[in-house]
Design a protein. Structure first.
Length: 620
């Protein structure tokens, strides 16, 4: 398909751990850390404190290096698997020809069946509707109780078969998915075990794209703009889904395969009005919801009629919502959770403690991230209407300090709007951009920009943030607050519950925010949704026709190398216009799992799609 070389390249484009460790040490040299913010010591004292921070950073780096070394064998095995994929020409051509390189798992004498797996979930959700939710537990739950037309490999996010046996693109604007014939919804009212058909697939994708009149205003669902180039979702027969796009659309397979793109039944939506409550989670998947609540957690049990023979292996999975980091660790240590790591992030300072446990396996993987660390607000009101003010904020921020607090002890290498090894700007280029230079000089320039914009005495911004999910939102806010004060901007922190924060963003009813936003699968999910004038997550109300044209151009580009350059040019333009100040890093993700959990695929938060293959080895 459109990106036949992308998946091959992202397998090989591993973030080098040693380079991250060196970058972490360099960040320590670049600033003395939070202890120096606002201090008036002389230069010799500052140098001594800075050297102390360097020494502490080096010790943390060494500890992290030793801990991560224990996972090298697993990483090497992953690379060997990637090499095997590279050698398989059929797999390399999958995205083009739609061949299924994911064999259905069959029963094996070495795999134990049964048992209940327990895990925590780190955030309370407002609701469980996977198509309208802006968060993750809904998708995690639904990916265990339903399927997508496609799913994704956990590290590369490469599309792979799920309800579709295979797929093809007979022309650049037509995608045809051939569905399995033996798929049924769960035997629960109102679907009562009826067959899943292509009409259900077309309905589900149209609902995800916010094209239906089902109680929501058209186009308001958070991922609606990901499908803005789609003209039609069609079901020419019961086992064929046909998707027609207005013009060539490079990201389509990624968007159809992501964790939110799950199949639902029209009868369920019609009976309940929406899919916000646990009893509406009725799908085609390996597990059936026994109970689910977005605030407390969920329990799912084995689907005896699952279409993949022999799966799932577990009898049940139980999640308990635990938002406090200390309580999360306690749950893991006391075996109330077999998995630890908030969305695949264990701080480097904590990693050695978990790696030293005899009952634990550490899973390290290179993040291919489209995470957006955003410091900003709507560009349509107040001081932020002036690009010079936004540029001043970008100059005032010290990313090295932010990184040390947000990801303590973790090796980091500077990124900008997206920390993707393939699509993002390189660290070498980032370090040449405004905002990553000498902070004293940049803050002098920032004050000059504010003066020219008519704010010589600065101003105050009510700044939303949250203590939850995990704490790096408020951690970053606390660091940025005195940095902005250096140029006369008062960030008046407004600490909200996570759901309240998201509701205000959705309504564009806020002045300023310091938070992080997850985008997945493809650079377009960030470039278009977050910054295009029609983007469904453009909370910044950034309206720029030049940028719109750049983003529309890259999403229609089918040549991978050409598209990469267009994506990078769009990021450079964002740096110039500064709709928000971005902070992110190339880094590794880590999960800790109990040794008895087998079949776990290390990756980002999409990994729960593989829960059908998890099993418990009581002898481990």
């Amino acid at each position: 398909m459109t990106e036949r070389n992308y998946w091959d390249r992202i397998q090989r484009r591993r973030v080098d751990r040693r380079s991250l460790l060196q970058a972490s040490a360099r960040a320590g040299v670049g600033a003395a850390g939070l202890a120096l913010v606002g201090c008036g010591d002389d230069d010799d004292d500052d140098a001594a404190v800075a050297q102390s921070v360097v020494d502490q950073t080096d010790q943390a780096v060494d500890q992290t290096d030793q801990a991560v070394d224990q996972t090298d064998q697993a990483v090497d095995q992953a690379e060997q698997a990637a090499q095997a994929v590279d050698q398989a020409e059929q797999a390399v051509e999958q995205a083009d020809a739609g061949e299924d390189d994911q064999p259905v798992a069959q029963p094996d004498d070495g795999i134990a069946r049964g048992g209940t797996l327990k895990a925590y979930w780190p955030i309370k959700e407002s609701h469980l509707d996977p198509h309208s939710s802006r968060e993750h537990f809904s998708a995690v739950l639904w990916r265990t109780v339903s399927n997508g037309i496609l799913s994704q490999e956990p590290i590369t996010a490469k599309p792979r078969a799920d309800l579709a046996q295979d797929w093809e693109t007979p022309e650049p604007t037509v995608f045809i998915f051939n569905l399995h014939e033996n798929v049924r919804f769960h035997d629960k009212a109102p679907v009562n075990g009826r067959a899943f058909t292509a009409e259900d697939a077309a309905y589900s994708l149209a609902r995800l794209a916010s094209r239906l009149d089902d109680g929501a205003e058209a186009g308001t669902y958070p991922r609606a703009s990901s499908f803005s180039s789609v003209l039609a979702f069609e079901a020419p027969d019961l086992q064929t889904l046909r998707v027609v796009t207005e013009k060539p659309f490079a990201p389509l397979l990624s968007f159809i395969s992501n964790k939110w793109s799950v199949m639902v039944a029209k009868e369920v939506v019609e009976e309940f009005g929406d899919l916000r409550k646990g009893e509406t989670a009725i799908g085609t998947g390996p597990f059936i919801v026994e109970e689910a609540d977005s605030v407390r957690g969920a329990r799912v049990v084995r689907n005896p009629d699952y279409f993949k023979e022999g799966l799932p292996y577990l009898d049940a999975i139980e999640w308990t919502v635990v938002s406090d980091p200390s309580a999360q660790e306690a749950a893991y240590v006391s075996d109330q959770s077999a998995i630890h790591g908030s969305f695949g992030t264990i701080p480097g300072t904590d990693l050695p403690r978990f790696a030293s446990r005899d009952d634990t396996t550490i899973h390290e993987y290179p993040l291919n991230s489209f995470l957006l660390g955003a410091i900003g607000g709507p560009n349509t009101k107040g001081p932020l209407m002036d690009v010079r003010v936004r540029q001043a904020i970008n100059l005032a921020i010290d990313r090295a300090d932010i990184g040390r607090v947000a990801y303590p002890g973790s090796p980091l290498s500077e990124a900008s709007y997206m920390a993707s090894p393939l699509w993002g700007l390189s660290t070498e280029e980032v370090l040449t951009l405004p905002g990553w230079g000498d902070k004293e000089l940049e803050r002098q320039e920032a004050r000059q920009l504010l003066d020219a914009a008519g704010y010589p005495d600065g101003f105050t911004l009510v700044t939303n943030t949250t203590e939850l999910y995990p704490s790096y939102h408020i951690d970053r806010a606390v660091v940025v607050q005195p940095q902005l004060a250096e140029i006369g901007i008062t960030a008046d922190l407004n600490i909200l519950e996570f759901g309240a924060l998201k509701e205000l963003e959705t309504a564009r009813d806020f002045e300023f925010t310091i938070a992080s936003y997850a985008f997945f699968d493809d650079p377009d999910s960030q470039l278009f949704n977050a910054f295009h004038s029609d983007g469904s997550r453009n909370y910044w109300e950034f309206q720029d026709e030049t940028y719109n044209a750049m983003v529309e151009d890259q999403r229609s580009e089918l040549d991978v190398d050409t598209r990469i350059e267009k994506v990078k040019e769009a990021q450079r333009y964002l740096h110039e216009m500064a709709p928000v100040a971005a902070d992110d890093w190339f880094r590794f993700g880590n999960w800790a799992t109990k040794n008895y959990l087998q079949g776990f695929e290390a990756g980002s938060s999409v990994f729960h799609a593989g829960a059908e293959g998890w099993w418990i080895d009581e002898n481990a």
